[in-house]
Design a protein around this ligand. Structure first.
Ligand SMILES: COc1cc(C(=O)NC2CCN(C)CC2)ccc1Nc1cc2c(cn1)c(C)nn2-c1cc(Cl)cc(-c2ccccc2C(N)=O)c1
Length: 303
């Protein structure tokens, strides 16, 4: 509500109540605090301009935090990559601009938050729900890989859900463009959540790291915890290097086989996002065209 938003803004004095884009001359009323990630705060904003009275998500980064050139370049790279993307399963990029204090990125609001919140609430999802979500995530990834973009940080918190529970992949803060066919990326500044072994071993990496992350996402959704979860980051890294993960024997063998195919240590053995829809996982049963919003809280009876 308004005074909670005002209270939150009071904590961050540099967040104005009205955000003005001096180029387009459109101003936005800053509303509810949605969350924060990295340097960014995210608020719900409504444009006061009659033209588009949509409610958007606005990521706000204080310029005071973008002191090092590397941080500025990262922010600019995220905007440059995201602005040219347009796909039904990617978060829409509307605009980005700056004022004295902050940089602003106007993005599609996903009112049902992300798969992270759904996972926290439900712990496990059913196979039909996993098929529904994976099909849309793979569709978004096919668009990215066709455009030579590697997301590099696919995780539950970056798979957003709009009011209709459609998947919208967001947060291109670690994304990169492959310039030459076969080019292998050597470095990545920032730590992805679902780190692939080839990144850990600094052997050079490419599109296959996104397939590794998709394997981690599916595992987490149907098993209820991440595949390499350990008490410390160091132990997690050891488990990833040793490809040490267990799939409960109770899991449907077709789902287990699909997860194993994506979590293979050798990148070239993993399926591409273009091959994935042909996996038997997606023909276990007809893929649901939609989900009831009850899936956000309770296990659905989907028969
Ligand atoms: C109505 O839509 C939303 C409501 C809420 C909500 O109810 N949050 C409550 C959490 C508890 N606190 C006490 C009150 C606020 C969260 C995200 C929403 N939507 C949304 C967020 C979006 C985008 C699109 N849509 C895009 C694009 N990026 N982000 C974004 C950006 C940043 Cl910097 C952080 C996070 C974020 C940070 C931490 C944890 C979770 C998240 C997360 N994934 O939502 C999310």
């Amino acid at each position: 509500n308004a005074d909670a938003a005002a209270a939150q803004r009071a904590k961050n004095p540099t967040i104005p109540a009205v955000i003005v884009n001096s180029q387009s001359r459109i101003s936005y009323n800053c509303g509810k605090f949605l969350g924060k990630g990295g340097f960014a705060f995210c608020y719900e904003v409504t444009s006061s301009d009659a033209s588009d009275c949509r409610t958007l998500a606005c990521k706000i980064v204080s310029k005071k935090l973008l002191v090092k050139d590397s941080q500025k370049e990262k922010m600019i790279q995220e905007i440059e990559i995201h602005r040219k993307l347009s796909h039904e399963h990617l978060v829409k990029f509307y605009d980005s601009f700056a004022d004295q204090e902050n940089m602003y990125i106007l993005l599609e609001l996903c009112s049902r938050r992300s798969l992270m919140e759904l996972h926290r609430r439900r712990k496990l999802v059913t196979v039909p729900e996993a098929q529904y979500f994976m099909r849309q995530i793979v569709s978004g990834c096919q668009y990215l890989h066709s455009n030579k973009i590697i997301h590099r940080d696919l995780k539950l918190g970056n798979v957003f859900l709009n009011s209709k529970l459609w998947v919208k992949i967001g947060d291109f803060g670690l994304a990169t463009q492959v310039n030459r066919d076969g080019e292998q990326k050597k470095t990545m500044c920032g730590t992805p959540n679902y780190l692939a072994p080839e990144v850990l071993n600094k052997q050079g990496h490419s599109f296959e790291v996104d397939v590794w992350s998709l394997g981690c996402i599916l595992y987490t959704l149907v098993v209820g915890r991440p595949p390499f979860e350990s008490p410390s980051l160091k132990e997690t890294y050891v488990r990833i290097k040793n490809n040490n993960f267990k799939i409960p024997s109770s899991l449907n063998p077709v789902v287990a086989a699909f997860i194993r195919s994506m979590l293979q240590s050798q990148p070239q053995l993993r399926p591409s996002v273009f091959a994935m829809p042909h996996d038997p996982f997606f023909s276990l049963q007809p893929i649901l065209p939609s989900l009831p919003e009850s899936v956000l809280t309770v296990t659905p009876r989907l028969d």
